[in-house]
Each structure stands twice: as C-alpha cells, then as structure tokens.
Write a protein of this length. Sequence first.
Length: 479
Amino acid sequence: MTNDRPVRVRFAPSPTGMLHIGGARTALFNWAFARSNGGKFILRIEDTDTERNSDESLQSILESMKWLGLDWDEGPQAEGDFGPYYQSQRVDMYQAAIEKGMGEGWLYRCFATADELESQREEARSNKVNWQHDARWRELSANESQAKADAGDAFVIRFRVPVGECVVIKDHIRGEVKFASDEVEDWVAVRSNGMPTYNFVCAIDDSEMQISHVIRGEEHLVNTPKQVMLCQALDMPVPDFAHVPLILGSDGKKLSKRTGDTALGDYIKSGHPDDALFNFLCLLGFAIDDKTTVFSRDELLQNFELKKISKGGALFDTDKLNWICGEYIRNTSVDDLCTAVAPFMVAAGYQLAPELLAKLVTALQPRANLYSHFSEQAAGLVSEVTYDEKAKKELSKEGVLQYLELVAAQLQDGEWPPTDFFDLVKQIASDNEVGVGKVMKPLRCALTGALGGPELADVLNILGREQSISRLAKAGQLV
C-alpha cells in the first residue's frame, strides 16, 4: 500500500478564515508523517476564492502553524523547486489542462441554467431521491458546443465520468475503498467565470508538486474518485491516500464552536501551552499505545505511523485538554514559565519585578492549567485585596478577629518567612480549642480575599511581612 516515491506531503489551507482545530490536526499529521519518514512537508495556499481571501487570514494561518511548531520545507517564506505555492499564481498550468481535456473530450461544456438545475433538484426532492446532474449536455457535438459558446451562452465545464467502471482507492487508514463510477456525477471542473474548481486544481497541483501521499480529513473522501479520474485522464501518477477521522464534540456530533472548534489563535490567546495543544491534537485519532497520553514531539516522530490512526471519530475532550495543559505547566521550569506567563501579566496590567513574578509563578504553578490562569489568580496577590461574598461571610464569623490578631502578632515577631506556617496556625487553633479550619479559612480570606488559592505559606512569601500584617488588620476591620 506504499509507493516508492520520496515522501512529499502537503497541507493546503484556504486564506478565507483562521486556522481551526481540524485543519491544525491535519497539518500536524502531514508534518509528522514527513518528519518521521525523512520526507518534505509542503505548505500550499489555495487562494482561488478571490472574493473571500484576506491577507489577515493568511498571516494568521502562517503564525498559528509556526506557534504549533509545524515548520514547512516548501511554501510561503520557504520557496522550493515546485512553486509557485499559491494557486492563484498557477493559472496557466490549469488552463493547459483544460485545453487538453476539451481537445480530448473528457471535458465538455454544460449549458444547463441555474433555473434548470433547481428544477431538477426540486423534482428529486419531490420524488424523495438523491439528485444527480443528468448530464444532458454530455453528448453535444464539439461543433454544436463551440457554436453555443460563440453565441454567448453561459456554461460550465464538466468532467466526463466514465460509465460502468470501478474506482479503487487504497487508503492507508481505511483500507481498500471502492466507488462505482455510475454513482459519481459529471462534476464541474471549471465554473462559469472560468475559474477551475477545487477537485481540478488540487489533483493537478499534487501531481506537479510530486506529492506522494495525500493525508486529509475523511470529509474529502467523496472527492477522491473525482481526483483519481482526473489523474488518469491526464496520465498523472495517483498519490497514496489517508483519510483521517472526523473530530467529534463531547456530544458525539461533528465538532462545533460550542464544543471546541475555534481558531487556533483563540487557544493561543487563552494561554494554552503550545506543546500541550500539540500533544492533544496528536491524540485526536492517533495513539502511540494504549497507555501513553503525554509525550514529546520526538516520541511522536519515533512512533508515528498512518496505520495507527483510527477510523472512528475522534472525541474532542476538553477535560483531557485541560489536564494535559496542567501536566505541561507543572513540568515546566519556573524560569521558562515566567517567560511564558509574562505577556499575560502585562496584558492584565501587572508590571512585576522578576523576583516577584517568580514567587507568584511558583505559588500558582501546582493549580494552573493555562498561562492566563496566572494573571487571573494574581489579582488578590499583587494588587489591592478585595473580598468576595464568601470571604466576607467567613470573616464575619465569631472569634475571627481574635484569630487574625494572634496570627498577626506571630508574624510580627517571628522569623520571616515562617519555616512552618501551618504549625503556627495549628498551635493557635489548639490554644483556642477550635479546629484548624476555624483559623485557616478566615486567615486565607483575609490574605487573598477568597476561600481558594495557593498555599498560605506561598501567599505570605509573595506579600511580604508588612503587606501580610496590613491585610490581616484590614480584614479585622470588617469583623
């Protein structure tokens, strides 16, 4: 099921929007296949939709791929021997194929109007059958076709699908897939505005760029027989295929924005570690084995094989994504974490000295899953403390003022930072014949303004002696 050509794979996004999770996963699998087989990874831009293309989308796609670590060997910003790498710059190549097809007869003009096609569709709906173009213009002679075109009649150009044949696709993931040609309509190869369609230009580009393997989402499987037929008509080599499974949301349905299908840029902005998201994307249809969840890029490349990609839909599990992000954050050095977190701190309005940032990162690292969590949880630690409703309720309980004053006295006179703050609190609780929680809860609320947060010893280290005692006094005024 393999060919003998050098491995050359491609990812071909359209610059009409941002790079989303599904596209990023497809790009990653292509990149991994190329890198694990000593091949080339090509980035090709399918920019023939001139009305919807935007430079903003293109730049977002390029930056998102770089952020994810998917470097390409050929393409924009990496010119190679098989360019140009923008479809809009390859029009002459497509035109030559169109002329060849018209001359040899495997392309023909179809003069069906929009009203005629809609009438056919409506009839199919009424009869509750699937509509397929009836190819009524297929047998028009070349002279008659040319005469109608010369007269100004609008037309599209369709591919003449052979009758009674079987197209066999050897798919590295799905095995052998067969399509009866009689179930494939004469598809539109060139639109009425003269612009070739996706199936036409895609197959030609893959051949001209010597693509050995086409790895893409299973939604493209229906396009594959059309592209194979075109390859055969143009006497071009047919690449190997691998159609990866759909990504499903937590509801088991096709992934939507509600269930995680957002632009990669949104995950970058929310503070997902790049290596963690890379790891998670790998798991959407691929597994090294039945027990390994967290792995490095090198480990992926040592184990990546197309046959290990599943056929069934891949579930986008946000809980697993958050867990993986947390694992990466907890296994990142404080110095590297400070570098990653710093931009989020600045965006939140915090200008922290390196020493204070390191203390904050150390304190919050065990509980953070995203870089943005550090800036979100920093509010009560590096700025003026405010008390949420739960904290106010806790501080209003009987005996709280006495506990705060006792702790403040210990902090005032003892060593700094306390060597074992919990023992200090436990002793105060014992002396007052109350449980440790009776002291610890209001103490946490006084120092942070909330019931949850990092270890109090870390909080004291961040605040310093003076600020800690000041907060205990301020909270005491609420009692």
